[in-house]
Design a binder for this molecule. Structure first.
Ligand code: XBP
Ligand code: MG
Length: 231
């Protein structure tokens, strides 16, 4: 019997990744670094799950093995990026993908429990949920970021969500946008509904029992922020 739905965040609940990219670039600029992640480069870097791990991969491949000073700077960059990303989300730069609000509401009314299982950092989840569910979070469980010992495609974060929900994999469905996320959910024993996002258009959806363009009826045209303005 179905008891819970488990949602990935970035790319599934909302099209967040380009805001992460812009926030990284802003943080680089603020710290006097001439690094710039184009959408094309970021699409490649997204094969590395986790912003901290993604940044470390970029530094190692483009700028050599980081010394202690660089490692400290990388931590500052990611912290600043998270703050800048939160600023953009708080200003309404993100909206839920089509159908998410409807599905979440219907699931709650049907008595299902809801969880988040994400690689992203907790502040990013909290801000996205607070802005887009102003009447209160619909999620009974949030498993994210460094709570998982190993990041996606390892199953750890989905296993953590299942444990916290107190349900078996056969009693839940996972929603994911990326190949790594699908792998993570499958290896946790979960059936997966896949919905590609802007940055995962070329990803394999192998293993998902269903793949949809998005989760809902056509809604009002996306409200695009005219241009981001930094704090
Ligand atoms: C996607 C990720 C995250 C975000 C950036 O997470 O890999 O790392 O890109 O967020 P998911 P952080 O698809 O599992 O939601 O910088 O906080 O990691
Ligand atoms: Mg994702």
């Amino acid at each position: 019997m179905l008891k819970a739905l488990i949602f990935d965040v970035d790319g599934t609940l909302a099209e967040t990744e380009d805001l992460h990219r812009q926030a990284f670039n802003r943080a680089f600029s603020e710290m006097g670094l001439d690094w710039h992640w184009s959408p094309e480069l970021y699409a490649d870097l997204l094969t590395v799950m986790g912003g901290k791990e993604r940044l470390a991969h970029y530094v190692r491949t483009e700028h050599g093995e980081p010394d202690a000073g660089r490692l400290a700077q990388m931590g500052e960059i990611h912290d600043r990026k998270t703050a800048l990303y939160g600023h953009l989300v708080t200003r309404g730069a993100l909206e839920l993908r089509p159908g998410i609000a409807r599905l979440v509401g219907e699931a709650k009314r049907a008595g299902l429990r809801l969880a988040v299982a994400s690689t992203t950092s907790r502040p990013n989840v909290d801000t996205l949920v607070a802005v887009n569910f102003p009447e209160g979070s619909p999620f009974d469980v949030i498993a994210c970021g460094d709570e998982a010992e190993r990041k996606k495609p390892h199953p750890d974060v989905f296993v953590l969500a299942l444990t916290r929900l107190g349900v078996r994999p056969s009693e839940a469905i996972a929603f994911e946008d990326s190949a790594a996320g699908i792998r993570s959910a499958l290896d946790a024993g979960l059936p997966v509904v896949a919905t590609r996002s802007r940055y995962t258009g070329g990803h394999s959806l192998e293993g998902a029992f269903s793949a949809v363009s998005d989760l809902g009826e056509p809604e009002a045209p996306h409200r695009h922020l005219a241009g981001v303005s930094w704090p």
